[in-house]
Design a protein. Structure first.
Length: 484
């Protein structure tokens, strides 16, 4: 009989064997792509994140932490989307993970038509309101917003109807703020739809700053003043409803009237008629992509959710509650998302589209991916994963992405590019080169790998990972794939 220590040693050796095989396969693939890797100083962290949008008119309104910047899209379009001329043959750029629409608006400003797919109502609402505000013809709409701001209509006596609260959003606001939200929402009901839309959007933009919560990656972090959390977290100043909404309305008015904003890259486009049309398709790209026409897109610029356990449905719960998404709907949205949380169950991909047997076969035959999946399943059996859903999430992330890539390949015109921003990840001591694995999948589907641009400063690990496995850095990359 083997002693406990003996069993531990066997397991440890087995883990090490897995890890060294993963390392070897990873190195082989890295060498295979060695002439494609390029450090790209022009793509710094600021430009590949929302930070780059912070002072740009229109883009600065809603801080979507997972967004990239308009500048990044602009430089990718200029380099990889054939032309930048306005009034071109109305070719379309696609973003299957549109978020709040950075690709769509930037491409539109550059004269391209743009089509985006977004699953979450928060992103959909932001895109729709942005389309509305960027195309306002009727000055009375902005006059009405100014009237709201000047007279602070929410502070008048009046109805204060309850708004939807989800179990995960209870006690999110100080009492006075909650009352003002109710008054504001009751008061906007008497406005015309355009004014209602802008006012509701302005409220969505400030929810985090007036709440006891902070969006912290994987979930919503609760300030101890909420009475919900046993922890000691203090998010610092919580803005009053009035200061937050006044400031937001100010910015919206300034940007729409093109007043007072920092000069931005698109300022030359004062003639708004030169902009391309924007179209948002609501739902999961896994469902929608198969219905899009073949070879109809001039370029694809996107950033999928990273394989990092971030749960957008929880992080954006305050916004979804306000948009009347109920608990059941929120759970279904969580399941419909590209698998990036430990709760995602396996999707029946072949039922969605039987043509995806190709993408699935490619994943089945990819040694590095299979070794990682086997290792994580082994760690799960050994009960050594932080969460047993990690193995399933990693597997499904790549299989679903393979299907997305297969569809993107189909809908893209020949000789055109797909540009993808994404991060590598690490679980149970195994570095998972998302850049290499997705690029190999893309190549097996038919793309030529043009470049894998690596951001100069690599991202560190979570502190937990560093304690256990020592510090190593994870690449953040932009992959450029060309349809042959
Ligand atoms: C990294 S963010 C993209 C941000 C975007 N580049 C921007 O600048 O706003 C990924 C987006 O994919 C969306 N998403 C996740 N799963 C999806 C799916 N199955 N179909 C469509 N969108 C999905 C998420 O809601 C999120 O908004």
């Amino acid at each position: 009989m083997i002693s406990k220590i003996g069993q531990f040693k066997i397991a440890e050796n087995k883990s090490e064997r897995y890890l060294s095989r993963i390392k070897k396969l990873d190195l082989e693939l890295k060498n295979y792509y060695s002439n494609k890797f390029k450090i790209a100083p022009e793509f710094d962290r600021k430009i590949v994140s929302f930070q780059g949008n912070k002072n740009i008119a229109f883009y600065r309104w809603y801080k979507y932490k997972e967004a990239f910047s308009a500048k990044l899209v602009e430089s990718l379009v200029r380099k990889y989307c054939g032309h930048t001329s306005l009034n071109s043959n109305s070719k379309i750029i696609l973003d299957p993970f549109a978020g709040i629409g950075t690709t769509l608006f930037s491409c539109s400003e550059l004269g391209f038509e743009a089509q985006g797919i977004e699953l979450l109502p928060v992103g959909q609402n932001i895109i729709e309101t942005n389309i509305l505000t960027r195309n306002i013809q009727d000055k009375s709409i902005i006059d009405r917003i100014k009237h709201w701001q000047k007279n602070r209509l929410w502070n008048k006596e009046g109805e204060a109807e309850d708004f939807q609260v989800l179990p995960i959003t209870e006690n999110a606001y100080p009492q006075e703020t909650e009352y003002k939200i109710k008054r504001y929402l009751s008061e906007i009901k008497s406005e015309i739809p355009e004014v209602q839309g802008i006012l509701l959007f302005a409220l969505l933009c400030i929810l985090e700053s007036i709440s006891y919560t902070r969006k912290d990656g994987q979930y919503l972090r609760w300030d101890r003043r909420s009475g919900r959390s046993r922890g000691n977290f203090n998010k610092g100043k919580i803005l009053s409803f009035d200061e937050a909404i006044m400031d937001k309305l100010d910015k919206i008015i300034q940007d729409v009237l093109l007043e007072d904003t920092e000069p931005n890259i698109f300022k030359y486009l004062d003639n708004r008629e030169d902009k391309g049309e924007i179209n948002i398709l609501k739902g999961s790209c896994l469902d929608i992509l198969p219905s899009l026409p073949t070879e109809a897109y001039e370029g694809i610029i996107t950033s999928p959710p990273y394989c990092n356990r971030y749960d957008y449905t929880r992080t954006y719960a305050l916004e979804h509650a306000l948009l009347n998404v109920n608990n059941k709907e929120l759970s279904s949205l969580r399941q419909a998302m590209l698998s990036c949380t430990v709760e995602n169950k396996e999707k029946d991909l072949l039922t969605v589209n039987s043509n995806w047997s190709k993408a699935i076969y490619i994943c089945d035959c990819l040694p590095l991916l299979q070794e990682i999946i086997n290792y994580l399943n082994y760690k799960k059996e050994q009960k050594e994963l932080n969460n047993k859903g990690i193995a399933r999430m990693v597997k499904n992330y790549f299989y679903e992405m393979a299907c997305v890539i297969q569809e993107c390949y189909r809908v893209l015109e020949k000789e055109k590019f797909m540009c993808v921003a994404n991060d590598n990840v690490r679980y149970a001591g195994a570095s998972i080169s998302v850049d290499l694995i997705l690029s190999k999948i893309a190549e097996d589907i038919g793309f030529e790998i043009e470049n894998i641009f690596v951001l100069p400063k690599a991202k560190g690990n979570s502190s937990q990972q560093m304690d256990r496995h020592g510090k190593t850095s994870l690449r953040k990359c932009i992959y450029i794939w060309k349809k042959k």
